[in-house]
Structures are given as C-alpha cells and as structure tokens.
Design a protein. Sequence first.
Length: 430
Amino acid sequence: MSTAAHGNPWVAVRPEDDLAQLARQVSCAHRCFIEGDEQLPIDPVRPVVLDSWRRSRSNGVDPDRFGAGVDLDGLELQRYRATHPTALIRPVVRKLLVEDAAEAGLLVAISDAEGRLLWVEGDSKVKDRALAMNFVEGADWSEDRVGTNAPGTALALDHHVQIFGAEHFSRVVHEWSCSAAPVHDPRSGRIIGAIDITGGPRVAAPEVLSLIRATVSAAESELRLLMLDAPKALASTTARLEALGPARPTLIRGGERIRLSQRHAEILLLLANYPEGLSADHLAMLLDESELDPVTVRAEMSRVRKMLGANGLGSRPYRLLMDLDTDVDEVRRALARGDTSAALRAYPGPILPRSLAPGIAELRVELRGRLRAALLTAGDRRLLARWTGSADGREDVAAWTAYLSSLDRQSSLYAQVKTQLRLLDRKLGI
C-alpha cells in the first residue's frame, strides 16, 4: 500500500506498510525526480513531499552537496539560546521526549523559527552519527537551505509533518527519518520554532507524530501560563527591534510584541546605530531634512521613554541605556562572518521601506549595498535566484547577469533567466 494512498498526507508510514518496499519505491521516485525523468513514479510520493522537492529544486538546493551551515556557535549560540522563547519550553520537551529518546536511540531537536537547531539531545552514539549530516546545534536546517526535512518543511508549511528516508531531498539524509511540528507564541500566533524527533524508520510511524503534537501542545500551554502568571519569566536583558521588510515595525521586550509607529521605529533604530548618543538637533536632522522643531523631538522622546521605561533611555545626549538588538544587526553579523545565505534569510526587505528620514535612508542604502556585494561575490545560484525574485533584486541587472553565469547553458532555467535579462535590459533602456 503506497503512502500517497493514505488519508492523512502528513503521516509517512502506516503499520501495514512494508518498509523495505516503500523505501525502494520512494528512493526510485527521488532518483527519477532528481534526474528529470518525465516518467516519475508519482504513486509512492506524498503530495506534501513532492511539493517540497519542487520548492527545494526551485531554491537551488543541491541534493548531493549538503549545505547545512552552522549559523551560530560558541558564545554567540549560548547568548542567542538564553534569550530565545524556546528556552522556556525546553524543560517540557526534555521531560516528555528527551529522557525516553536517549534510551530509544533517537535525537530530539528544538529549532528557532528560521530552522536553526538550538538544542540537539538524545542518544550520544546517534548524535555522533548525525555529525556526518551536520545535524548539530547552531546548524541551519531550513527547507531552503537543505531541502525537504521534517523541521524545515514543518516551518515552511506551518504544519506538523513526517519525512521518511528518501523523502529527504538531500541524499546524505536518506538513512534517517524524522517527525516535527512548529511551536507558536500563544498570544500572537507567530511561529517561534519547531520540535523534531530524528532517528531510524520507526520515527516515521503515526504514533511518533502524535507524540510530537502532544508535546507541542504542552509546550504552548506552558508558554501561555508563563505569560499569564509570570510575565517577567519571558523578560530578557536584550530587547529586539524588527525594522526590516514590509511588516509593521515591532519592538519585542519582556516577551511582549509592541507595534511601533514609523517615527518611534526610526528613533529606536537611529539610537541603536549611535550608541554614543544623539543631540536633539542631530536627531532632528536624521529624522527630517527640513529639521523637526525641538519641541516635537522632545515630545516624541518623551513617548519613547514611556515605552522603554525610565531606565531605558538617557538624555543630553539621547541614548539607549538598555541593550537593543535589531534584525538589521542580525544581517550585519551574518555578513561579518561571511555567511551570505544567513544574511539573505534574515533580510525580508529594506529597512523601514516607507520611511523618508535621511538617517534611515542612509542605513537602508548601506545594508542593501553590503548584502548585494556579498551576493555578487559569492556567485551562489541559489542565493542569486532568491535575490532576483525579491523586491530589492527584481531589477538588479548585475545580479541577473551573475545568476545567468552560474547556470548550465543547456538547462531550461538558463533560457528563462536569459529571456528575463533581455526584458529587463529593454525595460531599463540598457
């Protein structure tokens, strides 16, 4: 009985399935898909897996060159985990999963919303074996980085899912199976991470997926109780400002997501970029070319002080008295360590795209320029494909040219990109 015939598309293996036969069928289908065989035997491949394979191929993931890079390690990983909301659910996960997983020869992983593995625990021997596929703390297991896999695909689809053996897009993972589900902030509904069990074929059984879902439910309930009974449990020494992309700018502080006005987001980002502080006159110039009235600046800073608390903002000059991390800083850190892929993933769009403030415009141009330069230098076709498909790179002739140069001249994609480049040349009059 094929997996595709089952009613639940998220379950990989049923008790009545012949695992050896299913493994052979899926492996054959994977080989045909990768080799571009039009006679692909679709039957054993679940639609959720086939769609993920297509996304993986479209994102330029190479099934034979495993690319789970380590985004965070050492002290940087420790600091990130300490302030991440999934740290609050780790005790629940350890109690419900990790203790038994170690005895059963399995691994349990907790990732963040971007697919980075924050904790990997379980059987020590299995953990050592997993090193071969870089299934380690700090590694990036997002779907667009390594292709189809349970934690990455669960985050991509915002749904629990199992991946059995050769259903993984990367061949190096074919001896493994995994079950995962996303975890949500119970107040905002935002994904904060995923919980995953990885091991042999039995991990793809329905009861394992049920166990994962039950654990996620318990974890989210624990978060809800912490938010109701002890809001300070969610507090961290570092607040975070999200100012990239088209979404409304947000300040995350003490476990609370505060929606910001454009002006307040501009002020916080400028103060974060001028740790030495800004005079009222200098801040006014950075906010408005015609210079704001000092009274208006003082009024805005008074509102910002109320939002941050009396100990969050200093004056004469205006400066932050608290640690404020930003998504802009996250992109910069990735660029500084040479991880262009992580930088692009952390960049959903320009800095405060609707802002006309001169200081913000300067930061926007600087960040986009650094990211674009790194992409052109790397010449990675997968990253160039994502960049040219974004608002920033849609009309970037140099990026389209680099993308074209990275492709096989005999491929259909080469012809498509070449046509797009010609249309762009014509449109821009080049």
